[in-house]
Design a protein around this ligand. Structure first.
Ligand code: CA
Length: 85
């Protein structure tokens, strides 16, 4: 489970991440539909580039949380393709 939200300056931001066995379950499910599919792939492509600063900002398509949406995130979607556990 991963919850990451950022709000305007002066507000509280909260990040909760539960890792099982060293892997965030279904991290590539960008739209949280329960399946990694074409919608997640399109989300990565349409969000390509740097996430809004400061990091970490809310950038759903940033699967690996490095504050940019790039080939690594695209590969994560492809390798995570299918139903979430
Ligand atoms: Ca990334």
């Amino acid at each position: 489970m991963r919850i990451c939200r950022a709000k305007a300056a002066g507000s509280l931001s909260l990040t909760l991440e539960i890792t099982i066995g060293g892997v965030v379950p279904c991290a590539a499910d960008v739209n949280h539909s329960g399946t990694v599919n074409i919608d997640d792939l399109v989300a990565v492509i349409t969000s390509w580039g740097n996430c809004p600063r400061p990091c970490p900002a809310y950038c759903a398509a940033d699967v690996n949380h490095d504050c940019m949406v790039n080939i690594d995130d695209l590969v994560a979607v492809i390798t995570g393709w299918g139903n979430c556990p």
